[in-house]
Design a protein around this ligand. Structure first.
Ligand SMILES: [Zn+2]
Ligand SMILES: [Zn+2]
Length: 156
């Protein structure tokens, strides 16, 4: 996202940054590489009930930026709708990421990539919120227009 380009990295310019992630028990390990397409918080009921939390901190990536490096056969999938293929570890039940084929992105939960410099840009599905977050970021009623939403923003 903006801001990152101007920062001189200790890596060489052509070197793509890679961040490691894992499930709760470590059986499933994966990496994300490059730049996230978007980052923020989703307040929708699906995210809340799947995560068992009040809000989901998401990072969206091109699908090929996410690679499972260990335990691929230990990854379960659940698709309540065709929009989301939810992935978790069959050993510990820890969630790792969700593929969104219709949007062409994979949501890697910020909580499972601890060294990734998460920087939220917006909140989505704020009309469903159970936890208001007064951080000054845009609060989309549902989703941005470019992702098929209304593009309407709400008060914090
Ligand atoms: Zn696990
Ligand atoms: Zn959601």
């Amino acid at each position: 996202m903006e801001g990152t380009k101007a920062v001189h990295s200790h890596d060489h310019a052509h070197h793509t940054k890679t961040y490691e992630g894992s499930c709760f028990c470590g059986s499933v390990q994966f990496t994300v590489s490059g730049e996230a397409a978007a980052m923020g918080y989703c307040h929708c009921e699906s995210c809340r009930t799947w995560s068992a939390g009040p809000v989901n901190a998401f990072t969206l990536w091109q699908p090929d930026a996410v690679k499972i490096t260990r335990g691929a056969d230990n990854v379960g999938t659940f698709s309540k709708t065709a929009r989301s293929n939810r992935k978790w570890c069959k050993t510990c039940g820890g969630h790792v990421f969700t593929e969104h084929p219709g949007w062409g992105v994979t949501d890697v939960y910020a909580a499972v990539i601890p060294n990734f410099p998460f920087k939220a840009g917006l909140h989505v599905n704020y009309q469903e919120t159970k936890l208001r977050m007064k951080d000054g970021l845009p609060k989309m009623k549902d989703m941005p227009k470019e992702m098929g939403g209304s593009g309407i923003t709400l008060e914090e």
